[in-house]
Design a protein around this ligand. Structure first.
Ligand code: PHE
Length: 351
């Protein structure tokens, strides 16, 4: 028999091989691939083949070796499938492996809770662009052209696109009051809306500050809206969010777009007003800014201040979350470490 005939014979033997026991399988392996095996023997013969034929026979013999190995694998698989025994079938009563599912981000959970409080008393939700022009972020809101809040310290300016934007004076919005300008420009009162969203300020990132954070700002404009209604609304918010025991107080403050303006403090939920590190031993924590919409702002947005008045307020979602979750470092929110994020799944976190 020449080499090809002998290869073909071994090939045929490989194809018809069977094995139902481990011993038979091992015998087949030795017969083909063992030290004195048929395939091993043929591969040895390659040495005697003339140089110019070595490549062709080398390939042919390698195929044979692969075929033998494949057959060995097939026989092994077949044995595993056909054998029945308690080890192979597994324990059908074991609980199945559960797929890990994602969960809402803690900031999303708190933002949604804030939105829900206002949605229940008739506020709509409005949204606007994060890259904003000077008019909506500052101008219409009564910021004088040289107001320090427009300064490079606070605002991320964006390379202007004069063709698309006219003036090319773009920036990342520093508050969502810009959305309220858009709502007022878009329609007449009554307006009752909140604007949740991301805002950006040029701050050094630390445990207490970040260059990106979230706000929920609110606006109510109608005939005869009063400061008393503002206070009542915010009291309702604080009690809905933190429990009926909390109190709020308003301190005079300044914003270019509201007059009068106030900062809102809430009795510290952590020490119940007794004094602790979070409230710096004052018993009060600041939770937002607010005020009556400046008549000049109404005029800028096409609303007649002779007929209408309104109030506005704005809070940081991270600040509210801090009072509920007491996360010691703001940066944890944005590291996307599942060990941190998992704690808030299904409202499981207990602050
Ligand atoms: N826009 C203010 C800020 O970003 C918050 C605010 C909103 C204050 C509405 C008063 C009225 O800080």
């Amino acid at each position: 028999m020449n080499l090809e005939e002998r290869i073909a014979a071994v090939e045929a033997r490989i194809k018809e091989a069977t094995a139902t026991t481990t011993e038979a399988l091992e015998a087949f392996r030795v017969e083909m691939l063992g030290r004195n095996g048929k395939v091993t023997g043929l591969l040895d013969e390659l040495k005697q083949v003339p140089v110019e034929e070595k490549r062709v026979w080398g390939q042919r013999l390698n195929q044979l070796k692969t075929a033998a190995k494949q057959r060995l694998d097939e026989l092994q698989d077949g044995m595993a499938k056909s054998s029945t025994g308690p080890q192979e079938t597994g324990d059908a009563t074991r609980p199945s492996l559960t797929e890990a599912s994602g969960s809402l981000h803690p900031i999303s959970i708190i933002r949604q809770r804030i939105v829900d409080v206002f949605a229940r008393i008739g506020y709509t939700v409005s949204q606007g662009p994060e890259v904003e022009d000077d008019h909506h972020n500052f101008g219409a809101l009564n910021f004088p052209p040289d107001h320090p809040a427009r300064d490079m310290q606070d605002t991320f300016f964006v390379e202007g696109d004069a063709q698309r934007n006219g003036s090319g004076d773009l920036a990342l919005r520093t508050h969502t009051s810009s959305v309220q300008v858009r709502v007022m420009e878009g329609g007449q009162p009554p307006i009752r809306t909140i604007s949740p969203g991301r805002v950006y300020r040029n701050e050094a990132i630390s445990a207490r500050a970040h260059c990106m954070f979230h706000q929920v700002e609110g606006l109510y404009v109608d005939k005869g809206v009063s400061f008393a209604e503002l206070k009542g609304t915010l009291d309702h918010f604080a009690k809905s969010m933190f429990g009926t025991d909390v109190k709020i107080r308003l301190r005079p403050s300044y914003f270019p777009f509201t007059e009068p303006s106030a900062e809102v403090d809430m009795s510290c939920t952590i020490c119940a007003g007794k004094g602790c590190a979070v409230c710096k031993h004052s018993g009060w924590v600041e939770i937002m800014g607010c005020g009556m919409v400046d008549p000049a702002v109404l005029t800028n947005c096409g609303i007649d201040p002779g007929t209408y008045s309104g109030f506005a307020f704005g809070m940081g979602v991270e600040r509210i979350a801090q009072l509920i979750y007491r996360v010691p470092d703001l940066r944890l929110y944005w590291e996307n470490d599942v060990r941190f994020l998992d704690q808030f799944a299904d409202g499981a976190f207990r602050g």
